[in-house]
Design a protein. Structure first.
Length: 390
């Protein structure tokens, strides 16, 4: 008796190889899934500030991200997978951020990280993300050093602080104001962006006549105000974030200082609240905005944001929430383009392949060596009630 394929005592080699291949396939399990990805879910991690003087940034940014994730989930998810956001409070402490990031990667087993807040906190987290090969998406950070050195795992959405400061200082130079002062947060964020501001000013032939540090937890700014007033600058540029901004504005207005004030985008989060607490003292403050006004109904991305916010019954409404909303929309677009066979490498490539694009008419640009996202910066002025006007 001869087996099929046997001829003159020899077995047909093609039959054997085919049989072995079939056996191997039958014995093999399903391909290993990417960390944080199951057939029905994608787990995403966040460490941000949810308590303390700067909590509004984390709370509002998370609210914008969650607004998008919740809507996507109600619509069936991304490629049939729902999005789960795991958020841990770091209280603005870089050491805690590092601990949270290690937990998100090693214990929570997230696919990617999103929505981190502040320069020092991102500095603490990035080495851990890089080592684990975990994408870090849309931190609320615009510090120049993160833009000048390409990092495969780090993707921005917001414009850089350099772009904001160039807009501010360039505007002042155009107005003929050639001597300015800077008050900056005494932190990695403040010091780094002070250096950036000094370089921009020098290039535009604008003299920085004084630069003054201030602690984030400060409750008094009288000494800083006195120093700035004595310098008699044509304008004061604020590189600060959180409640310290209100402290400075309160004491600056009380002293009767007259130099116009300019702030980068993270200066004010709760403008109506700040206006109320300062009895209208926010009036006249000029801010760099890296997203459109949340009230700008002419912009499709804002129309979407306002509808989704209303549908969800969300009470928070701020520039920072809109920024989180836009960031999450871009994140979801990257997941969609990566396809059903989702991997971290595939997600990175999908983002890089976006090129020049728009999300709800909001312009972005990505590429293999460009992870910077948006260059959108506008200058607006606060009214007495905290509204913004151009």
């Amino acid at each position: 008796m001869k087996f099929r394929g046997m001829e003159e005592g020899r077995i047909d080699r093609r039959v054997v190889l085919a049989s072995l291949g079939a056996a191997a396939l039958a014995g093999a399990g399903p391909a290993a899934a990417e960390t944080g990805v199951t057939d029905s879910r994608i787990k995403v991690g966040q460490s941000a500030v949810f308590t303390g003087p700067a909590k509004d940034f984390g709370v509002d940014y998370k609210a914008g991200i969650a607004l998008v994730f919740d809507k996507v989930n109600k619509s069936g998810g991304v490629q049939g997978r729902t999005l789960e956001l795991v958020s841990h409070d770091d209280a603005y402490d870089p050491k805690k951020t590092a601990e949270n990031t290690a937990k998100l990667i090693d214990e929570d087993k997230v696919f990617a990280l999103i929505g981190y807040v502040a320069t020092g906190n991102l500095i603490a987290a990035m080495p851990l993300a890089e080592k684990a090969g975990v994408p870090m998406f849309a931190p609320l950070v615009g510090t120049t050093s993160f833009r000048t050195t390409h990092n495969r795992y780090l993707f921005h959405v917001r414009a850089s602080y350099e772009t904001e400061l160039r807009k501010i200082v360039g505007h002042l130079a155009t107005l003929g104001i050639t001597n300015i002062a800077v008050i900056y947060q005494n932190s990695a964020f403040g010091k780094s962006n002070l250096d950036t501001c000094l370089q921009i000013a020098q290039g535009l032939k604008v003299k920085v006549v004084e630069s003054v540090p201030m602690e984030i937890a400060a409750t008094d700014a009288k000494a800083q105000v006195a120093t700035l007033t004595k310098a008699q600058p044509g304008a004061v540029v604020m590189i600060m974030a959180g409640k310290m901004v209100e402290v400075f504005l309160r004491d600056y207005r009380a002293a009767g200082a007259a130099s116009p004030l300019y702030t980068i985008s993270v200066g004010i989060t709760d403008a109506p609240g700040s206006a109320q607490r300062l009895n209208g003292g926010i009036e006249g403050l000029v801010t760099a905005s890296i997203v459109p006004s949340p009230q700008a109904s002419r912009m499709p991305i804002v129309v979407d944001y306002r509808k989704d916010r209303t549908d969800a019954g969300e009470k928070i409404d701020s520039y920072t929430m809109l920024e989180g909303y836009i960031a999450a929309r871009v994140f979801v677009e990257g997941l969609k383009r990566a396809g059903r066979n989702l991997t971290r490498d595939g997600f990175i490539k999908a983002l890089e392949d976006m090129g020049t694009t728009k999300i709800g008419d909001f312009p972005l640009q990505y590429g293999p060596t460009n992870h910077n996202g948006s260059n959108f910066v506008d200058l607006e002025m606060y009214t007495r009630t905290g509204a913004l006007k151009r």
